[in-house]
Design a protein around this ligand. Structure first.
Ligand code: PGA
Length: 247
């Protein structure tokens, strides 16, 4: 069985005072919560990891190399050293702002594994791709080239995030989400076999809010969500987590 996962991506939001949201959120979790991961900005990782409680901590990016002359970058080993267990790789904002390619993301995924981290690998189409009917081609190509062969059950999470839905309040229809997630599941099974392909969690991301979460979680191959804006406050994230627990 695949785990249910609610991951929060704080992006470039939050200073030390925001860490109180972790305590508040811990106190609002359902009795049998899904796995909850918060990915705060890098300067908060150590302090976030010191918090007691069930919330796992992830970084928002890591470098492909273990160390070296890469000013401002953070290696997967450094992320793991903070106590974090996960790392987002290939977020569309990194692809757009930093020119990251599928081959960079492939290398970042491997470096995350080497450091013992679970990568949350993001893929997603632009609005132009969708309007041109290219969604599945684009997603399939991203998955094929950004995911290395050494995938194992438990070592990777995939997040489908249509770029046009991120931070916009626009959400695909349930049928559109089902189409992409069923396609991704089929791709994973075709490449890795059912023993692995059926066990990789698939998250949906892009304008997930308390009022649409339950609908999105109806999709059989949606195993959780990667949440941006609504993860910044415990009072918004907790109902999304509760909807996932009930799905
Ligand atoms: P959003 O962001 O929930 O604010 O749309 C999602 C993401 O970028 O991971």
């Amino acid at each position: 069985m695949r785990p249910k996962i609610a991951a929060g991506n704080w992006k470039m939001n939050g200073t030390a005072s925001a860490l109180g949201e972790l305590d508040t959120l811990s106190g609002m979790l359902p009795d049998t919560p899904p796995q909850v991961i918060i990915c705060p900005p890098a300067p908060l990782l150590y302090r976030a990891c010191e918090k007691p409680g069930p919330i796992a901590i992830g970084a928002q990016d890591c470098h492909t190399a273990r160390s070296g002359a890469h000013t401002g970058d953070i290696s997967a080993e450094m992320v793991a050293d903070t106590g974090a267990t996960h790392v987002i790789v290939g977020h569309s904002e990194r692809r757009a702002d930093h020119g990251e390619t599928d081959s960079d993301i492939n290398a970042k995924t491997s470096s995350a594994w080497q450091a013992g981290l679970v990568p949350i690998l993001c893929i997603g189409e632009t609005e132009a791709d969708r309007e041109a009917g290219r969604t599945l081609d684009v997603i399939g190509a991203q998955l094929a080239s950004s995911l290395p062969d050494a995938v194992r059950p438990g070592n990777t999470v995939i997040a489908y995030e249509p770029i046009w839905a991120i931070g916009t309040g626009k959400v695909p229809t349930l049928d559109q989400i089902i189409e992409v997630h069923d396609f991704l599941r089929a791709q994973l099974i075709a490449r890795f076999g059912p023993d692995t392909g059926d066990l990789i969690p698939l998250l949906y991301g892009g304008s997930v809010k308390p009022d649409n979460a339950a609908t999105i979680f109806q999709a059989e191959n949606v195993d959780g969500a990667l949440v941006g804006g609504a993860s910044l406050s415990a009072s918004d994230f907790a109902p999304i987590i509760a909807a996932l627990a009930q799905s």
